[in-house]
Design a protein around this ligand. Structure first.
Ligand code: ATP
Length: 403
């Protein structure tokens, strides 16, 4: 089998490695593709990613009529003409499997070219303009999709004369495909479309799901702008592969974690609508954050109370845990202050005479002691809560897919 990894061909100004990989497939007609091309998302905390830190892996049937060097040169011709000048492309060709350990490092830690060299020294590879893309290219080949949690994404591409113009995909058609079996992350609950990008790249839309037939069926519904071509990718999106199960005492900046702790401070908001609360475990605390783009997810965060025993998923950045989702395992008792009591003599509403000093009737001066706080039910369930799909990371497993 010939495995090809490609990464880092685009920039924020344009391009797309998935599109380039569709051209690689078209330009190698004598080779037979095995399975779907793979779109492999790597560590979402990598500071130099363009958008979703995605790399591509392709597998072809072994073919002795072409050498790896010839193959590399043909792919490099496409990469040179189609990659963005500010990108750092990398192409790796390997007849052997690369160790899965490399994928796990790529999805959970920060690597350097030096660190991946021992894994690719026996392969045929080339990096351009710095070649940082070799990291993603090698990690993408190393993804063992047969032993992994996988989903699909059908990517539709626009005609070249449309690139950079606004996309015309109606809410109605998105609504239709969002109801197809296994489809997820098309639209937020408030109707905002999340499957159509806004960058000047060639992608018209990306339809994600667990059932590839549904996605291919969805192609006919989406519009009115129609795709020039589409390509179905097998992906690690929605796998939570980036999350390390750990504890608060073992965390370090830059990693994505799943851990348990107790809510240690009442959630509060700051200007801009961002929410924060502290979490504690074994005397160690961390501030958890839900930022404004996470929409109504923040309202769920507001319902947490001190003492709730929760599991949180998120990434650690500058000492703050940016929440991707949370779930309450055990609720602390919740109490609310009852209304000021009525006067026992004249039935008028009493007023407080100071902290812990009870209440007094303004009419007859009767004193009444402070009534006990009222126990109330939590306004949350024991299910997972997550931000809307437009604010979710590609690797985050949507709650709809959680066991
Ligand atoms: P897009 O989503 O549009 O494809 P992108 O977000 O994937 O863009 P790239 O242009 O591919 O961004 O840039 C990501 C860069 O980070 C690549 O050079 C890739 O090799 C590198 N990279 C990926 N994972 C890691 C990692 N774990 N450690 C260090 N570098 C990484």
């Amino acid at each position: 089998m010939i495995r090809i990894g490609i990464d880092d061909t685009d920039s924020l100004e344009g391009g797309c490695t998935t599109y380039l990989s569709s051209k690689v497939i078209e330009e190698l007609p004598e080779l037979s593709l095995i399975g779907e091309p793979r779109l492999v998302r790597l560590n979402p905390n990598v500071p130099w990613k363009t958008r979703g830190n995605g790399a591509i892996a392709l597998s072809f049937k072994s073919d002795s009529s072409i050498t790896d060097e010839e193959l590399l040169n043909r792919i490099l011709t496409i990469v040179k003409s189609d990659s963005h000048p500010s990108s750092q492309p990398g192409v790796v060709i390997s007849r052997k499997k690369l160790p899965t350990e490399l994928y796990w490092k790529g999805v959970r830690s920060i690597l350097s070219k030096d660190k991946i060299m021992p894994f690719i020294e026996k392969t045929t590879f080339k990096g351009l303009r710095g070649g940082r893309g070799l990291i993603g290219a090698a990690c993408a080949i190393a993804w063992d999709f047969k032993k992994s949690d996988t989903t699909y994404e059908l990517l539709a591409y626009r005609k070249k004369n449309k690139w950079g113009t606004s996309r015309n995909i109606s809410k109605d058609t998105v609504n239709t495909v969002s109801r197809l079996d296994g489809v997820f992350s098309c639209m937020d609950d408030d109707g905002k479309i999340s499957m159509v990008p806004h960058s000047p790249c060639p992608v018209l839309w990306g339809l994600r799901g667990t059932n590839s037939d549904s996605l291919l069926n969805g192609l006919k519904y989406l519009g009115p702008e129609k795709a020039e071509k589409s390509l179905l990718f097998l992906t690690n999106q929605g796998s939570d592969d980036h999350l390390q199960e750990t504890s608060l005492s073992e965390i370090e900046d830059g990693i994505c974690v799943k851990l348990r702790g107790k809510v240690y401070s009442t959630p509060y908001s700051i200007q801009g609508g961002h929410r924060f609360f502290d979490l504690i475990d074994n005397n160690k605390t961390i501030t958890c954050a839900a930022y404004e783009p996470s929409g109504d997810f923040r309202i769920k965060v507001d319902k947490l109370v001190q003492g709730d025993d929760i599991v949180v998923c998120g990434s650690l950045s500058q000492g703050t845990l940016n929440l991707e989702k949370f779930r309450v395992l055990r609720f602390e008792n919740r109490y609310v202050k009852p209304p000021n009591p009525l006067c026992t003599k004249c039935q008028a509403r009493t007023h407080s005479v100071g902290k812990d000093a009870g209440y007094k009737c303004r009419i007859c001066s009767t004193k009444i002691s402070k009534p006990p706080y009222k126990s109330v039910l939590p306004e949350l369930d024991t299910c997972w809560y997550e931000p809307p799909s437009s604010a979710r990371r590609h690797l985050s497993k949507p709650v709809a897919l959680m066991d």
